[in-house]
Design a protein. Structure first.
Length: 319
């Protein structure tokens, strides 16, 4: 007799199931587009070097990095998704760096180009950015696409603690996130927040408190949960090589998620439970598994522990 996982049921509200339900079973894939943006704490506006954990190449597939134009990136990304995964519909995902960090007219031309390719099969636009690079004009631009596409505004929360944000050279405060969320509290945009668990100075109790912040903003529809991983080309990578510090093992991370996920609102859709860079860039932790194997390990671990998303959530409070 099969388990719920065998029939596609997971102990949390997962993105794959959300897309399947929303688009009547069609296969929907995100196509990454690199618009050549930078970040305010890379170009000197707020600082240099970027966030200490960050090497932008670590989360941008090599094929996307090497392509010269948005058109080529998207066309080839669609071709691969159709060939390898039988994709039918697409979400154009501006992911690398800060994809609202430019004048609004320039952003419009970039988004328009991305959405003009095979338009009849594009269902969504997803834009990754920092909370301090959002304003009312840019929100209005993104909202202008919502009559034709689902639009996902993804912002890096990373940590809820300003001390951590300072230590990782984030260049912004948690209050910047609160202000940006206030801008979209009545918006048609689908908001996604990105978190990182495992900064060595944060305790488990501190990390579990992230759930309360995610819960208290009803405009947050999606979340991406990541563990801290150390990559080549990052400031943290240099420090780790000099003096290694504690990082999650796969078992420890699964155990943490088993405590965290029940605290979340049951309606919040989890787009990811972990992140993984290319192995040629990854320093640690190297769990020695493919993404699909890590996902399977976590899902089975959550199921075996009886995890149910929202089972410890009540009226926005941790219980």
């Amino acid at each position: 007799m099969g388990t719920p996982l065998d029939y596609g049921f997971k102990p949390y509200t997962h993105y794959g199931g959300y897309l399947k339900d929303k688009y009547q079973g069609q296969r929907v894939f995100k196509i990454i587009a690199d618009g050549g943006f930078t970040c305010p704490n890379r170009d000197g506006t707020k600082g240099f070097g970027g966030c200490t954990y960050c090497n932008v190449d670590s989360f941008t597939p090599e094929l996307s990095r090497s392509l010269p134009s948005i058109k080529d990136q998207i066309e080839q990304g669609m071709e691969r998704a159709i060939k390898n995964y039988q994709a039918e519909k697409f979400i154009i995902y501006f992911q690398p760096n800060t994809n609202t960090y430019a004048p609004t007219h320039y952003l419009k031309s970039m988004y328009d180009e991305g959405l003009s390719i095979n338009t009849e099969n594009i269902v969504g636009l997803s834009v990754g950015t920092r909370p301090d690079c959002i304003d009312a004009e840019k929100v209005a631009l993104l909202e202008s696409y919502t009559d034709r596409f689902d639009v996902d505004l993804e912002m890096g929360m990373e940590s809820i603690y300003n001390d951590t944000l300072a230590q990782i050279n984030r260049g912004c405060l948690h209050e910047d996130l609160e202000q940006s969320l206030d801008l979209v509290k009545d918006s048609k945009l689908d908001v996604c927040l990105h978190t990182i668990f495992g900064f060595p100075w944060e305790t488990k109790e501190m990390m579990l408190a992230y759930a309360h912040e995610l819960n208290r903003f009803p405009q947050v529809k999606f979340a991406k949960l990541h563990h801290l991983h150390i990559v080549e080309g990052s400031v943290m990578g240099v420090k780790y090589k000099r003096a290694p510090f504690k990082l999650f093992s796969l078992e420890e991370y699964t155990e943490f998620l088993a405590e965290f996920i029940p605290l979340l609102r049951p309606d919040m859709v989890l787009q990811r439970l972990f992140g993984l860079s290319d192995y040629d860039l990854l320093i640690a932790p190297n769990w020695g598994l493919k993404k699909t194997e890590i996902q399977d390990y976590i899902d089975k671990g959550l199921q075996s522990r009886g995890v149910v998303q929202g089972s410890k959530y009540q009226a926005g409070l941790l219980v």
